[in-house]
Design a protein around this ligand. Structure first.
Ligand code: SF4
Length: 512
């Protein structure tokens, strides 16, 4: 399915973000289909009527404070509003115009709510009644009734959860926020989570919540592990398949932790059964996970080979999966994510870079293409750490697997101190030479990938594929050219960045 999601005959969205489908399913357990509406974007106003009680908006990066958006804000030194914020504000204004003079309350929720905890004044500026933080599958019906009847004092905490310097939860009172009470149940149990009744965008289905690996920057790890049964997953995949999706995208924050064994040993049997089962759902031809760790392909190549067979991976069907690399530095990896390599250990089982390299080798061998993210601006990061990240990117980029060039993408993500976010004081000036080198090495590799794969991997007829490939190539070239200018202005030796970590290696020809 391509382009803007189609609408159903009645103006409802025929496909919608997975989280909205979850809450819709939870609400439908108490209310009728006439009372619960997920509208298509073009028809929002038509559903806001005199008797509408709650308008819920799901958001991931409402104010553009997410690490990816921030990485561009820093690079372009742009203190104006990022596009995601412009879009979010435009939607909220539309809703506010439509609800003017009516009783409907406006509530925002979703993983992006943390951004309002940094800039809570925006809730007033945008006339948003409340921000809800947390998972709500099991309480959404009561919550909406309490908000509607102004009885939210009971059973909830009027404020939000945040984290102290040691990544311990703290509760901050605030009249514009609401979250689950700290003395009560914090998360729904598996049996409280309803299955979606209507299709989710991209054919997404959840297979588990939580992770447990314990990286010190990650909120997901604090949530309890809950695994969906294969039957639950198949039922949701069937719903998506009915909408025409032929690929089942199985979502988790760490797929190799699905029903894992001791020390996060992957459960081969459970993983194979999961993916094999969804490929048996009528209409489903292919499947892939959303996120996974690199150490599992490094340590268990045969698992990747078997999964590839089930997923029908091959030269014309690569398995894309997002992988958090975060750094090329052993020191930072051990400090912030010592368990991310489990059951391998940095030290006895090699350096972090060696584990990553072996992981990429095994992924590429069986036609998996990791989409890496690396962090810039981590706590206690040094220049040496960032140069190690540059070395890792260059080594992976220069690597061959089975006679083919390596396949991966890498995107730098900016960690921004709160003070700078509040003062909007961001520009390339705040980047050290070593941090800038990480940006340059990442985008240099991305341009190489765009030049090599854009045409091959684009879909459609030759004209369309040529147009898409040209746009990607020109875009990648322009971005790299722009970063190169910043590097030169800052006195960064670009030739050093290009060669860093490749001493003694045969360097394959780059386009630039
Ligand atoms: S492995 Fe990924 S999901 Fe798990 S704690 Fe670490 S960063 Fe979070």
């Amino acid at each position: 399915m391509k382009g803007k999601p189609p609408k159903s005959e009645k103006g409802r969205a025929s496909v919608a973000p997975y989280s909205i489908r979850k809450l819709e399913a939870a609400l439908l357990e108490r209310y009728s289909e006439d009372e619960v509406v997920v509208p298509h974007d073009d028809y929002i106003e038509e559903f806001i009527k005199e008797d509408t009680e709650i308008i819920g908006v799901y958001t991931m990066d409402p104010l553009g404070l997410g690490p990816l958006t921030m990485s561009y804000a820093v690079l372009f030194g742009d203190i104006s509003k990022p596009w995601v914020r412009v879009e979010f504000e435009s939607l909220i204004r539309r809703i506010n115009r439509a609800r003017e003079g009516k009783k409907a309350k406006l509530v925002v929720g979703g993983p992006g709510v943390w951004e309002f905890t940094i800039l809570p004044e925006v809730l007033d500026e945008l006339n948003i009644d409340l921000a809800f933080q947390g998972e709500a599958d099991d309480i959404i019906c009561d919550l909406f009734e309490d908000i509607s009847e102004d009885t939210i004092g009971r059973g909830y905490f009027g404020g939000y959860q945040s984290f102290d310097d040691r990544f311990k939860r703290v509760w901050v009172a605030h009249e514009k926020f609401i979250t689950r009470n700290f003395s009560g149940k914090q998360y729904p149990n598996l049996e409280d989570i309803p299955l979606i009744r209507n299709p989710a965008i991209k054919g997404l289905s959840e297979v588990m919540r939580g992770c447990g690996i314990g990286c010190d920057f990650c909120e997901v790890t604090l949530r309890p592990l809950r695994y969906y049964s294969v039957e639950m997953v198949m039922k949701e995949v069937e719903v998506n398949s009915r909408a025409g999706y032929t690929n089942a995208w199985l979502h988790s924050d760490e797929i190799f932790a699905y029903k894992h064994g001791p020390h996060f040993t992957p459960n081969e049997e459970a993983l194979l059964e999961l993916f094999r089962s969804v490929t048996k759902v009528k209409g489903i031809k292919t499947t892939n996970p959303t996120h996974g760790r690199i150490s599992i392909p490094a340590a268990y190549p045969d698992l990747i080979r078997k999964l590839s067979e089930v997923m029908r991976a091959g030269p014309n069907h690569w398995i894309g999966v997002q992988v958090g690399l975060e750094t090329g530095s052993d020191r930072l990896a051990l400090k912030h994510m010592p368990n991310k390599t489990l059951p391998l250990r940095i030290g006895p089982d090699g350096s972090w870079q060696e584990i990553v390299t072996e992981g990429v080798r095994n992924m590429n061998k069986y036609y998996w293409r990791p989409a890496f993210t690396v962090q810039v601006g981590q706590m206690e990061e040094t220049d040496e750490d960032n140069w190690e990240t540059v070395a890792l990117i260059n080594r992976l980029s220069n690597m061959e697997v089975e006679g083919r060039p390596s396949e991966f993408t890498v995107t730098p993500m900016q960690n921004m101190p709160l003070g700078r976010i509040k003062s909007k004081d961001y520009s390339p000036e705040m980047l050290t030479q070593a941090q800038l080198a990480v940006y340059y090495a990442s985008y240099r590799h991305l341009m190489k990938m765009a030049q090599r794969d854009a045409m091959k991997d684009s879909k459609g007829n030759i004209v369309k594929r040529t147009a898409i490939a040209s746009i990607l190539n020109v875009g990648a070239w322009a971005l790299l050219y722009f970063i190169e200018r910043i590097c030169k202005k800052k006195g960064l030796d670009i030739e050093k960045v290009k060669r860093y970590g490749l001493e003694g290696e045969k360097v394959y020809v780059y386009a630039r």
